[in-house]
Design a protein around this ligand. Structure first.
Ligand code: GLU
Length: 507
């Protein structure tokens, strides 16, 4: 029987979740749900020095906003909890001991100064210091020292670390679900620290132990963890455990394609790199978030899905709902090479998803903005306006500049447009237009159109000579939707008032 699919997203709460992290969570979720498996959130907070207040909450909020629910996680306990590593402290020491007993790990007592001195000496010879098979016998550890010396140091409470004893010369064959076969010569690896005498494991030990105990079937994570894969595979071997399958996702690159996407790229080009706004608790600096910028989670998710994945050759489909992504997702179609971040594409998705939003819902959001501006109106009226203008909008925050004239009369007129639209005889024409409009009882869009169009023809004035100054009069510039719709919406009285105002203004 195939092992049940259980995957985890295992962020360290060291700050806000980068959109790259959100993509990792998304791919894990998609993979899990595609295989009817479980998606687990595990908080990897063993490094207290890097812990940032509020980061865990941020991660959870970001997942909630993106509609990526987890089956198990902190405060969503399942059979394999707790799901926060700091709540699992007692577990790890036992496993470090196991490795010591089986000879896969050893105590090391080298102080920071001693190690520094080593580093300096190596550098003087233009070499890099690596703590492993080639020098471990000359350093201060339980391989070099006698048993008695080791016991004494431990009894005296000397600080120590437990290091992994990397095999000296072995060719390690590994498989990555995305990258295929990978080989590594173990003699190039260093003896990584697994455990410290303060009782805390390092990332490597805690990560492996937890993946094993939580019965994780696939480890799907960012490419930056690829260099750790060899150690992780060796650790599984050392424990005699079956390793999960590994899949390392491609990097997300700068829009130029050169190098990894960073917060600075976003700052420079004006797009967020975080799902939600984040206020640095220490500096008070605020980093912008997709949510606060007005993006819909569906747009961000759809955009992220395409950073490294597509349904396969020949597929032109770009719009995917979350259930459609679950259905279509496969690791086989995740690419090895980095994917360029394209802020314009995000806007394209955003435009699409904004069009799908319910008009009433958008109107409710716009209503708030209007209230703040002191505009008195009704939800029904705003809904009508939204219906007409949203095609031109990407964000709810675009609505005002696209539709202010539905709510208040223009005070000034765009001078360039005025020069073109308001000619010498325009005032006379507009007086006539006003008279004609006054006669119209049914001030609906259709009735206005059916009345005014033939009238213009009859007068032989020319359509543009009427409609252009009329647009300028009602909107303030040469933009906006159908004029008859605008007139019908603002009503007869307001239309006539605006015409009077323009006539006075240009006279
Ligand atoms: N805690 C690691 C991180 O912050 C997890 C890496 C992994 O998924 O193994 O990304």
């Amino acid at each position: 029987m195939m092992q049940a699919v259980r995957v985890r997203f295992a962020p360290s709460p060291t700050g806000p979740l980068h959109i790259g992290g959100l993509r990792t969570a998304l791919f894990n979720y998609l993979f899990a749900k595609h295989h009817d498996g479980q998606f687990i959130l595990r908080i990897e907070d063993t490094d207290a020095s890097r812990y940032v207040e509020g980061a865990e909450k941020y991660i959870k909020n970001a997942l909630a906003w993106a509609n990526i629910p987890y089956d198990e996680g902190p405060e969503q306990e399942g059979k394999y909890g707790p799901y926060r590593q700091s709540d699992r402290k007692e577990i790890y020491a036992k496993y470090a001991d196991k490795l010591l007993e089986s000879g896969h790990a050893y105590y090391a007592f080298d102080t920071a100064q001693e190690l520094n001195l080593q580093r300096v000496n190596y550098e003087a010879e233009k070499k890099t210091f690596i703590y492993n098979w080639h020098n471990r016998k000359q350093l201060s550890n339980s391989i070099a020292l006698s048993q008695q010396e080791v016991h004494e140091k431990l009894r005296n409470g000397e600080p120590y670390v437990i290091r992994f004893k990397t095999p000296e010369k072995e060719t390690l064959h590994m498989t990555d679900e995305i990258r295929g076969e990978i080989q590594i010569d173990t003699s190039t690896l260093d003896d990584k620290v697994l455990f410290k005498s303060d009782g805390m494991p390092t990332y490597h030990l805690a990560n492996i132990v937890d993946d094993h105990l939580m019965q994780i079937s696939h480890v799907i994570r960012g490419e930056e963890w690829l260099p750790s894969m060899a150690l992780h595979v060796l650790l599984y071997k050392a424990f005699g455990w079956e390793a999960p399958k590994f899949a390392h996702l491609p990097l997300i690159l700068k829009p130029t394609g050169k190098g990894k996407l960073s917060k600075r790229d976003g700052d420079k080009m004006g797009f967020p790199v975080f799902p939600l706004e984040w206020k640095n608790p220490e500096t008070g600096d605020v980093a912008s978030g997709y949510r606060e910028e007005g993006y819909l989670p569906e747009a961000v998710i759809n955009m992220l899905a395409f950073l490294g994945w597509n349904e396969g050759e020949g597929s032109e489909k770009e719009i995917y709902s979350l259930p459609e992504l679950v259905e279509a997702f496969s690791l086989a179609h995740v690419s090895k090479s980095g994917s360029k971040f394209d802020p314009e594409k995000t806007k394209w998705f955003q435009h699409y998803y904004l069009q799908q939003e319910d008009n009433k819902k958008l109107a409710t959001q716009y209503f708030q903005i209007l209230e703040e501006k002191g505009v008195k109106t009704t939800i029904d009226y705003v809904t009508e306006v939204v219906k007409t203008i949203k095609e031109r909008a990407e964000f709810v925050s675009d609505f005002w500049s696209l539709s202010s004239f539905y709510f208040e009369a223009p005070k000034d007129f765009d001078s360039k447009a005025a020069k073109k639209a308001w000619k010498e005889n325009t005032t006379t024409i507009m007086v006539q237009v006003k008279e004609q409009l006054q006669k119209i009882e049914d001030f609906s869009q259709d009735s206005l159109s059916n009345n005014l169009k033939p009238w213009i023809k009859e007068q032989g004035i020319g359509f543009g000579k009427v409609m252009q100054p009329l647009r300028l009069t009602l909107v303030g510039e040469m933009k906006g939707p159908d004029l008859f719709h605008i007139m019908a919406s603002i009503g007869k009285e307001e239309t006539l008032k605006r015409i009077d105002y323009a006539i006075n203004y240009f006279d």
